[in-house]
Design a binder for this molecule. Structure first.
Ligand SMILES: Nc1nc2c(c(=O)[nH]1)N[C@H]1C(S)=C(S)[C@@H](COP(=O)(O)O)O[C@H]1N2
Ligand SMILES: [Mo]
Length: 197
């Protein structure tokens, strides 16, 4: 969290704007951006898996929740230029899942129900930087926003936060996912404006 020394004249709006990455605009609503149809999946039908060079590890909904739920308040930044501040999310950190698998592979291809993919380096998902999220702003995620569970990687552009997430395939090299193959940046840091490549 940044500290502000703007003096008594500083309005709340000024402080919010200093939390805006370059080229972004604040929104109060929460836009829906989906490349295809919205899958409808009950938590009882949902599972998550990580495939490594050693094989597949799979968790049911209850398995994931049992790993330890966290509440996090974060800002999200979409490459289409909107930013939403202070969203309250609930989810399980990826650290808890990766604690149960062994791999020397450093890149992840994240897969969603419906076929969406996005690539993220493993070090971008560990260290308290990413979650399997199932609630936002006090309510279960709606199907439109990725319910029952989506990836949440708030320090990267929001296209990396795969909705209806179903698993990760570990890879030796970073390869483009769906949007990355269509011109979006492989990494996607909003503070460096890594939008396209
Ligand atoms: N499975 C899947 N995940 C996805 C997308 C998608 O089309 N399919 N769109 C991405 C993009 S471009 C953005 S900006 C966010 C939008 O999430 P929201 O609709 O909850 O705002 O989801 C990301 N995750
Ligand atoms: Mo997006």
């Amino acid at each position: 969290m940044a500290t502000f020394t703007r003096g008594f004249g500083g309005r709340r709006r000024d402080r919010d704007e200093s939390r805006l990455p370059p080229g972004q605009t604040l929104v109060q609503d929460w836009p829906v951006l989906s490349a295809g149809a919205t899958p409808r999946i009950a938590p009882s039908d949902w599972s998550f898996s990580i495939r490594t060079e050693h094989g597949l590890t799979e968790w049911t909904w209850d398995d994931v929740v049992a790993l330890g739920v966290q509440d996090v308040t974060v800002d999200i930044h979409c490459v289409t230029h909107w930013t939403k501040l202070d969203m309250a999310w609930r989810g399980v950190p990826l650290d808890a899942l990766f604690a149960q698998v062994e791999t020397t592979q450093t890149s992840c291809m994240v897969h969603s129900f419906g076929g969406y993919t996005t690539n993220v380096r493993l070090d971008e998902l560990l260290g308290g930087k990413a979650w399997i999220a199932f609630e936002a702003d006090g309510a279960p995620l709606t199907p439109e926003h990725g319910g029952p569970a989506r990836l949440l990687v708030p320090h990267l552009y929001f296209w990396k936060s795969a909705k209806w997430v179903r698993g990760i395939v570990m890879q030796a090299d970073d390869e483009p996912g769906f949007w990355e193959a269509n011109g979006y940046h492989l990494h996607g840091d909003p503070w460096k404006e890594e939008r396209y490549w």
